[in-house]
Design a protein around this ligand. Sequence first.
Ligand code: PLP
Length: 424
Amino acid sequence: MHDETIAIHGGYQADGTRSVAVPIYQTVANDFIDADHANAIMDLEIPGFHYNRINNPTNDVLEKRLAALEDGTAALVVASGMAAVSYAILTVAVAGSNFVVAPQLYGATYTYFAHVLSTLGIEARFAVDDQADSIAALIDNRTCCVFLETIGNPAGNVVDLEAVAGVAHRAGVPLIVDNTVATPLMLKPIHHGADVVVHSLTKFVGGHGTTLGGAIIDSGNFPWSENAKRFPTFNEPEPAFHNAVFARDFPERAFVVRARSIQLRNTGATLSPFNVFLLLQGLETLAVRLERHEANARAVAAYLAADARVQWVNFAGFPDNPYHHLVQRYLNGRVPSIITFGVVGGYDAGLAFFDSLQLFKRLLNLGDAKSLVIHPASTTHRQLSSSELAAAGIRPETIRLSIGLEHVDDLIDDIDQALSKATA
Ligand code: PLP
Protein backbone atom coordinates (compact mmCIF):
# COMPACT_ATOMS: atom_id res chain seq x y z
CA MET A 1 0.00 0.00 0.00
CA HIS A 2 1.00 3.63 -0.45
CA ASP A 3 2.02 5.78 2.51
CA GLU A 4 -1.20 7.80 2.46
CA THR A 5 -3.17 4.56 2.85
CA ILE A 6 -0.91 3.04 5.49
CA ALA A 7 -1.14 6.27 7.51
CA ILE A 8 -4.92 5.77 7.70
CA HIS A 9 -5.35 1.98 7.85
CA GLY A 10 -2.00 0.42 8.78
CA GLY A 11 -1.77 -1.93 11.75
CA TYR A 12 -5.49 -1.97 12.60
CA GLN A 13 -8.12 -4.63 12.19
CA ALA A 14 -11.41 -4.02 13.96
CA ASP A 15 -12.54 -6.55 16.54
CA GLY A 16 -16.13 -7.80 16.94
CA THR A 17 -17.36 -4.29 17.69
CA ARG A 18 -16.31 -3.24 14.15
CA SER A 19 -15.20 0.12 15.56
CA VAL A 20 -13.87 2.17 12.67
CA ALA A 21 -11.72 4.35 14.91
CA VAL A 22 -8.89 2.64 16.78
CA PRO A 23 -10.29 1.99 20.29
CA ILE A 24 -8.57 3.55 23.29
CA TYR A 25 -7.71 0.56 25.49
CA GLN A 26 -7.51 2.51 28.72
CA THR A 27 -6.38 -0.35 30.91
CA VAL A 28 -3.42 -1.06 33.13
CA ALA A 29 -3.31 -4.80 32.47
CA ASN A 30 -4.83 -7.62 30.43
CA ASP A 31 -5.97 -10.78 32.17
CA PHE A 32 -4.36 -14.14 31.43
CA ILE A 33 -6.41 -17.17 30.42
CA ASP A 34 -4.42 -19.41 32.76
CA ALA A 35 -0.89 -19.95 34.10
CA ASP A 36 0.41 -21.46 30.85
CA HIS A 37 -0.88 -18.47 28.91
CA ALA A 38 0.76 -16.10 31.40
CA ASN A 39 4.09 -17.88 31.10
CA ALA A 40 4.02 -17.94 27.30
CA ILE A 41 3.22 -14.23 27.09
CA MET A 42 5.79 -13.21 29.69
CA ASP A 43 8.51 -15.17 27.85
CA LEU A 44 7.48 -13.59 24.50
CA GLU A 45 6.74 -17.08 23.15
CA ILE A 46 3.35 -15.89 21.89
CA PRO A 47 2.23 -12.34 21.11
CA GLY A 48 -0.07 -10.74 23.65
CA PHE A 49 -0.47 -7.99 26.17
CA HIS A 50 0.14 -8.18 29.90
CA TYR A 51 1.07 -4.94 31.70
CA ASN A 52 0.56 -1.63 29.98
CA ARG A 53 3.79 0.01 31.00
CA ILE A 54 5.31 -2.35 28.45
CA ASN A 55 2.67 -2.78 25.74
CA ASN A 56 -0.95 -1.89 25.01
CA PRO A 57 -3.34 -2.76 22.15
CA THR A 58 -3.93 0.88 21.14
CA ASN A 59 -0.20 1.62 21.20
CA ASP A 60 0.39 -1.55 19.20
CA VAL A 61 -1.58 -0.10 16.26
CA LEU A 62 0.57 3.03 16.17
CA GLU A 63 3.71 0.90 16.45
CA LYS A 64 2.68 -1.28 13.51
CA ARG A 65 1.67 1.78 11.46
CA LEU A 66 4.97 3.56 12.07
CA ALA A 67 7.00 0.40 11.38
CA ALA A 68 5.17 0.05 8.06
CA LEU A 69 5.68 3.72 7.13
CA GLU A 70 9.42 3.57 7.90
CA ASP A 71 9.71 0.13 6.27
CA GLY A 72 11.07 -1.35 9.49
CA THR A 73 10.37 -4.68 11.17
CA ALA A 74 9.06 -3.35 14.50
CA ALA A 75 8.48 -0.15 16.43
CA LEU A 76 8.16 1.03 20.01
CA VAL A 77 6.23 4.14 21.00
CA VAL A 78 7.21 6.07 24.12
CA ALA A 79 6.13 9.17 26.01
CA SER A 80 8.19 11.77 24.12
CA GLY A 81 10.81 12.26 21.47
CA MET A 82 13.49 12.66 24.16
CA ALA A 83 12.47 9.31 25.65
CA ALA A 84 12.94 7.79 22.18
CA VAL A 85 16.37 9.43 21.74
CA SER A 86 17.62 8.40 25.17
CA TYR A 87 16.23 4.85 24.97
CA ALA A 88 17.83 4.42 21.55
CA ILE A 89 21.30 5.32 22.82
CA LEU A 90 20.93 3.39 26.09
CA THR A 91 19.80 0.31 24.17
CA VAL A 92 23.16 0.03 22.43
CA ALA A 93 25.66 1.80 24.73
CA VAL A 94 27.33 0.51 27.89
CA ALA A 95 29.61 2.38 30.30
CA GLY A 96 32.85 2.89 28.38
CA SER A 97 31.13 3.17 24.99
CA ASN A 98 31.37 6.20 22.78
CA PHE A 99 29.13 7.24 19.92
CA VAL A 100 29.71 9.70 17.10
CA VAL A 101 27.21 12.45 16.28
CA ALA A 102 26.71 15.11 13.66
CA PRO A 103 26.49 18.39 15.62
CA GLN A 104 23.34 19.84 14.03
CA LEU A 105 20.94 18.63 16.70
CA TYR A 106 17.85 19.69 18.60
CA GLY A 107 19.03 21.50 21.77
CA ALA A 108 17.89 18.99 24.40
CA THR A 109 19.43 16.14 22.40
CA TYR A 110 22.70 18.07 22.21
CA THR A 111 22.73 18.78 25.94
CA TYR A 112 21.75 15.21 26.87
CA PHE A 113 24.55 13.84 24.73
CA ALA A 114 27.19 16.36 25.80
CA HIS A 115 26.47 16.64 29.52
CA VAL A 116 24.19 13.85 30.80
CA LEU A 117 25.36 10.65 29.13
CA SER A 118 28.95 11.52 30.12
CA THR A 119 27.94 11.02 33.77
CA LEU A 120 27.10 7.40 32.88
CA GLY A 121 30.50 6.87 31.24
CA ILE A 122 29.07 7.14 27.71
CA GLU A 123 30.96 9.62 25.56
CA ALA A 124 29.30 11.56 22.73
CA ARG A 125 31.90 12.49 20.12
CA PHE A 126 30.76 15.53 18.14
CA ALA A 127 32.04 15.59 14.59
CA VAL A 128 32.99 19.02 13.23
CA ASP A 129 30.19 18.74 10.68
CA ASP A 130 27.75 16.24 9.16
CA GLN A 131 30.16 14.90 6.51
CA ALA A 132 30.91 11.18 6.35
CA ASP A 133 34.69 11.73 6.56
CA SER A 134 34.37 13.86 9.70
CA ILE A 135 32.23 11.15 11.32
CA ALA A 136 34.54 8.33 10.21
CA ALA A 137 37.52 10.06 11.82
CA LEU A 138 36.00 9.70 15.30
CA ILE A 139 34.93 6.04 15.17
CA ASP A 140 37.07 3.57 17.11
CA ASN A 141 36.64 0.09 18.60
CA ARG A 142 34.59 1.44 21.54
CA THR A 143 32.09 3.19 19.26
CA CYS A 144 28.60 1.71 19.59
CA CYS A 145 26.72 3.79 16.99
CA VAL A 146 26.56 6.90 14.83
CA PHE A 147 23.65 9.25 15.58
CA LEU A 148 22.35 12.19 13.55
CA GLU A 149 19.22 14.06 12.55
CA THR A 150 18.31 13.38 8.92
CA ILE A 151 17.37 17.07 8.68
CA GLY A 152 18.88 19.03 11.55
CA ASN A 153 16.66 21.17 13.76
CA PRO A 154 16.96 24.09 13.21
CA ALA A 155 20.05 24.04 10.97
CA GLY A 156 18.11 22.52 8.06
CA ASN A 157 21.13 20.48 6.93
CA VAL A 158 20.27 17.35 4.97
CA VAL A 159 22.67 14.50 5.71
CA ASP A 160 24.12 12.30 2.96
CA LEU A 161 22.72 9.18 4.61
CA GLU A 162 24.23 6.64 2.26
CA ALA A 163 27.73 8.08 2.72
CA VAL A 164 27.41 8.09 6.53
CA ALA A 165 25.80 4.64 6.63
CA GLY A 166 28.73 3.42 4.53
CA VAL A 167 31.37 4.61 7.01
CA ALA A 168 29.35 3.33 9.99
CA HIS A 169 28.84 -0.10 8.46
CA ARG A 170 32.45 -0.43 7.32
CA ALA A 171 33.41 0.15 10.97
CA GLY A 172 30.79 -2.38 12.12
CA VAL A 173 28.48 0.07 13.91
CA PRO A 174 24.79 0.91 13.38
CA LEU A 175 23.49 4.25 12.14
CA ILE A 176 20.68 5.67 14.32
CA VAL A 177 18.82 8.67 12.89
CA ASP A 178 16.23 11.12 14.18
CA ASN A 179 13.75 11.55 11.32
CA THR A 180 11.40 13.96 13.13
CA VAL A 181 11.67 16.94 10.79
CA ALA A 182 11.36 14.96 7.56
CA THR A 183 8.73 12.40 8.72
CA PRO A 184 8.57 9.00 6.94
CA LEU A 185 6.35 10.56 4.29
CA MET A 186 9.20 12.69 2.98
CA LEU A 187 12.20 10.50 3.74
CA LYS A 188 12.68 6.80 4.58
CA PRO A 189 16.13 6.55 6.17
CA ILE A 190 16.07 2.74 6.28
CA HIS A 191 16.05 2.75 2.46
CA HIS A 192 19.35 4.64 2.61
CA GLY A 193 21.18 2.52 5.18
CA ALA A 194 19.88 3.66 8.58
CA ASP A 195 19.55 0.81 11.06
CA VAL A 196 17.31 2.47 13.64
CA VAL A 197 15.00 5.49 13.27
CA VAL A 198 13.71 7.65 16.12
CA HIS A 199 10.96 10.26 16.07
CA SER A 200 9.42 12.96 18.12
CA LEU A 201 5.77 12.32 17.21
CA THR A 202 5.00 15.57 19.02
CA LYS A 203 5.81 17.52 15.83
CA PHE A 204 4.39 16.90 12.33
CA VAL A 205 2.94 13.44 13.10
CA GLY A 206 0.64 14.71 15.87
CA GLY A 207 0.50 17.98 14.01
CA HIS A 208 -1.82 19.97 16.25
CA GLY A 209 0.33 20.88 19.23
CA THR A 210 -1.70 18.75 21.62
CA THR A 211 0.30 15.61 22.29
CA LEU A 212 3.82 14.52 23.21
CA GLY A 213 5.08 11.20 21.88
CA GLY A 214 8.14 9.43 20.52
CA ALA A 215 9.01 6.30 18.58
CA ILE A 216 11.89 3.95 17.81
CA ILE A 217 11.76 1.88 14.61
CA ASP A 218 14.02 -1.11 13.98
CA SER A 219 15.16 -1.85 10.42
CA GLY A 220 15.94 -5.42 11.42
CA ASN A 221 19.02 -5.14 9.20
CA PHE A 222 21.90 -4.66 11.62
CA PRO A 223 24.00 -7.83 12.18
CA TRP A 224 24.38 -7.54 15.97
CA SER A 225 25.79 -11.05 16.33
CA GLU A 226 28.72 -10.39 13.98
CA ASN A 227 30.56 -8.38 16.64
CA ALA A 228 29.65 -9.88 20.00
CA LYS A 229 32.46 -8.02 21.79
CA ARG A 230 31.28 -4.61 20.68
CA PHE A 231 27.61 -5.36 21.44
CA PRO A 232 27.65 -7.50 24.60
CA THR A 233 24.08 -6.59 25.61
CA PHE A 234 22.77 -8.05 22.35
CA ASN A 235 24.87 -11.20 22.48
CA GLU A 236 25.14 -12.26 26.12
CA PRO A 237 22.29 -13.70 28.20
CA GLU A 238 20.32 -10.80 29.71
CA PRO A 239 19.74 -11.47 33.41
CA ALA A 240 17.21 -8.63 33.57
CA PHE A 241 15.04 -10.40 31.00
CA HIS A 242 14.81 -14.20 31.20
CA ASN A 243 18.46 -14.56 30.09
CA ALA A 244 17.36 -13.69 26.56
CA VAL A 245 20.11 -13.26 23.98
CA PHE A 246 18.48 -10.54 21.91
CA ALA A 247 20.51 -10.95 18.71
CA ARG A 248 19.92 -14.70 18.70
CA ASP A 249 16.34 -14.85 19.98
CA PHE A 250 14.91 -11.86 18.09
CA PRO A 251 17.12 -11.47 15.01
CA GLU A 252 14.51 -9.47 13.04
CA ARG A 253 13.75 -6.92 15.77
CA ALA A 254 16.48 -7.21 18.40
CA PHE A 255 16.77 -3.43 18.91
CA VAL A 256 13.11 -2.76 19.57
CA VAL A 257 12.68 -5.85 21.77
CA ARG A 258 15.65 -4.77 23.87
CA ALA A 259 14.45 -1.13 24.04
CA ARG A 260 11.04 -2.31 25.21
CA SER A 261 12.08 -5.03 27.63
CA ILE A 262 15.05 -3.24 29.20
CA GLN A 263 14.53 0.52 28.83
CA LEU A 264 10.76 0.92 28.76
CA ARG A 265 10.06 -1.91 31.19
CA ASN A 266 12.50 -0.56 33.79
CA THR A 267 12.18 3.19 33.44
CA GLY A 268 8.59 3.44 32.19
CA ALA A 269 8.32 6.41 29.80
CA THR A 270 5.09 4.85 28.57
CA LEU A 271 2.90 6.64 26.03
CA SER A 272 -0.70 6.84 27.23
CA PRO A 273 -3.26 5.17 24.92
CA PHE A 274 -5.27 8.39 24.85
CA ASN A 275 -2.23 10.23 23.50
CA VAL A 276 -1.76 7.43 20.98
CA PHE A 277 -5.33 7.97 19.82
CA LEU A 278 -4.59 11.67 19.21
CA LEU A 279 -1.35 10.83 17.40
CA LEU A 280 -3.24 8.36 15.19
CA GLN A 281 -5.68 11.15 14.29
CA GLY A 282 -2.71 13.30 13.32
CA LEU A 283 -1.08 10.59 11.26
CA GLU A 284 -4.25 10.08 9.22
CA THR A 285 -3.96 13.59 7.73
CA LEU A 286 -0.18 13.92 7.68
CA ALA A 287 0.17 13.51 3.92
CA VAL A 288 -2.23 16.31 3.03
CA ARG A 289 -0.99 18.56 5.80
CA LEU A 290 2.60 18.22 4.60
CA GLU A 291 1.60 19.41 1.14
CA ARG A 292 0.02 22.58 2.52
CA HIS A 293 2.88 23.12 5.01
CA GLU A 294 5.35 22.95 2.14
CA ALA A 295 3.41 25.22 -0.22
CA ASN A 296 3.02 27.85 2.49
CA ALA A 297 6.69 27.57 3.50
CA ARG A 298 7.87 28.00 -0.09
CA ALA A 299 5.81 31.19 -0.43
CA VAL A 300 6.99 32.62 2.91
CA ALA A 301 10.65 31.76 2.19
CA ALA A 302 10.44 33.44 -1.23
CA TYR A 303 8.86 36.52 0.37
CA LEU A 304 11.61 36.74 2.99
CA ALA A 305 14.40 36.23 0.45
CA ALA A 306 13.09 39.11 -1.68
CA ASP A 307 12.68 41.54 1.23
CA ALA A 308 15.39 44.15 1.86
CA ARG A 309 14.64 44.08 5.60
CA VAL A 310 15.88 40.48 5.76
CA GLN A 311 19.62 39.81 5.93
CA TRP A 312 19.73 36.10 5.15
CA VAL A 313 17.33 33.17 4.72
CA ASN A 314 18.10 29.46 5.10
CA PHE A 315 15.49 27.23 3.47
CA ALA A 316 16.13 23.76 2.11
CA GLY A 317 13.77 24.45 -0.80
CA PHE A 318 15.97 27.11 -2.45
CA PRO A 319 17.92 25.88 -5.51
CA ASP A 320 21.07 27.62 -4.22
CA ASN A 321 20.83 25.92 -0.81
CA PRO A 322 24.07 23.95 -0.21
CA TYR A 323 21.99 20.84 0.48
CA HIS A 324 19.87 21.19 -2.66
CA HIS A 325 21.37 18.09 -4.34
CA LEU A 326 20.62 16.03 -1.20
CA VAL A 327 17.06 17.40 -1.12
CA GLN A 328 16.66 16.10 -4.66
CA ARG A 329 18.27 12.76 -3.87
CA TYR A 330 16.71 11.89 -0.50
CA LEU A 331 13.53 13.97 -0.31
CA ASN A 332 12.44 13.83 -3.93
CA GLY A 333 12.69 17.61 -4.05
CA ARG A 334 10.25 18.06 -1.16
CA VAL A 335 11.04 20.08 1.96
CA PRO A 336 9.64 20.50 5.47
CA SER A 337 8.16 23.85 6.47
CA ILE A 338 11.05 25.05 8.63
CA ILE A 339 12.75 28.35 7.72
CA THR A 340 15.54 30.13 9.57
CA PHE A 341 16.52 33.70 8.85
CA GLY A 342 18.12 36.88 10.19
CA VAL A 343 16.60 40.35 10.24
CA VAL A 344 18.68 43.35 9.11
CA GLY A 345 19.92 44.80 12.40
CA GLY A 346 20.99 41.46 13.81
CA TYR A 347 20.20 40.14 17.27
CA ASP A 348 18.17 43.10 18.62
CA ALA A 349 16.14 43.45 15.43
CA GLY A 350 15.53 39.70 15.46
CA LEU A 351 14.11 39.83 18.97
CA ALA A 352 12.02 42.91 18.07
CA PHE A 353 10.59 40.95 15.12
CA PHE A 354 9.85 38.01 17.43
CA ASP A 355 8.05 40.26 19.90
CA SER A 356 6.05 42.01 17.17
CA LEU A 357 4.41 38.99 15.53
CA GLN A 358 0.68 38.77 16.13
CA LEU A 359 -0.51 35.61 14.38
CA PHE A 360 2.57 33.40 14.81
CA LYS A 361 2.73 31.68 18.18
CA ARG A 362 5.93 32.23 20.16
CA LEU A 363 6.59 28.74 21.50
CA LEU A 364 8.84 25.70 21.78
CA ASN A 365 7.46 23.36 19.15
CA LEU A 366 7.39 22.78 15.41
CA GLY A 367 5.22 20.99 12.91
CA ASP A 368 1.92 22.36 14.25
CA ALA A 369 -1.10 23.37 12.13
CA LYS A 370 -0.48 26.80 13.66
CA SER A 371 2.50 28.85 12.49
CA LEU A 372 5.17 29.09 15.17
CA VAL A 373 8.24 31.22 15.82
CA ILE A 374 11.20 30.78 18.15
CA HIS A 375 14.58 32.36 18.81
CA PRO A 376 16.68 29.19 19.28
CA ALA A 377 19.74 30.77 20.95
CA SER A 378 17.64 31.95 23.91
CA THR A 379 15.20 29.01 24.09
CA THR A 380 15.56 25.53 22.53
CA HIS A 381 19.36 25.79 22.41
CA ARG A 382 19.85 28.06 25.44
CA GLN A 383 22.15 25.59 27.25
CA LEU A 384 24.68 25.57 24.38
CA SER A 385 27.88 27.62 24.47
CA SER A 386 28.56 29.99 21.58
CA SER A 387 30.88 27.48 19.89
CA GLU A 388 28.31 24.70 20.35
CA LEU A 389 25.65 27.00 18.87
CA ALA A 390 27.84 27.63 15.83
CA ALA A 391 28.43 23.87 15.42
CA ALA A 392 24.68 23.26 15.66
CA GLY A 393 24.16 25.75 12.82
CA ILE A 394 22.62 28.53 14.92
CA ARG A 395 23.63 32.17 14.84
CA PRO A 396 22.85 34.52 17.75
CA GLU A 397 20.26 36.31 15.61
CA THR A 398 18.66 33.20 14.04
CA ILE A 399 14.85 33.19 14.02
CA ARG A 400 13.17 29.85 13.26
CA LEU A 401 9.73 29.73 11.69
CA SER A 402 7.59 26.60 11.53
CA ILE A 403 5.05 27.43 8.87
CA GLY A 404 1.54 26.18 9.55
CA LEU A 405 -1.64 25.68 7.58
CA GLU A 406 -3.22 29.13 7.75
CA HIS A 407 -3.86 31.17 4.59
CA VAL A 408 -0.40 32.19 3.43
CA ASP A 409 -1.40 35.83 2.80
CA ASP A 410 -2.25 36.20 6.49
CA LEU A 411 1.16 34.81 7.44
CA ILE A 412 2.96 37.17 5.08
CA ASP A 413 0.94 40.13 6.36
CA ASP A 414 1.97 39.30 9.91
CA ILE A 415 5.64 38.93 8.93
CA ASP A 416 5.47 42.21 7.00
CA GLN A 417 4.14 44.23 9.92
CA ALA A 418 6.63 42.63 12.35
CA LEU A 419 9.56 43.33 10.00
CA SER A 420 8.47 46.96 9.71
CA LYS A 421 8.39 47.36 13.48
CA ALA A 422 11.71 45.52 13.94
CA THR A 423 13.58 47.61 11.36
CA ALA A 424 11.88 50.97 11.94
N1 PLP B 1 14.15 15.41 18.03
C1 PLP B 1 13.93 16.56 17.37
C2 PLP B 1 14.52 16.77 16.01
C3 PLP B 1 13.17 17.58 17.97
O1 PLP B 1 12.97 18.73 17.29
C4 PLP B 1 12.64 17.36 19.26
C5 PLP B 1 11.85 18.41 19.94
O2 PLP B 1 11.77 19.53 19.49
C6 PLP B 1 12.90 16.16 19.90
C7 PLP B 1 13.64 15.19 19.26
C8 PLP B 1 12.36 15.87 21.27
O3 PLP B 1 11.01 15.59 21.18
P1 PLP B 1 9.97 15.75 22.40
O4 PLP B 1 9.80 17.21 22.62
O5 PLP B 1 8.77 15.05 21.90
O6 PLP B 1 10.58 15.09 23.59
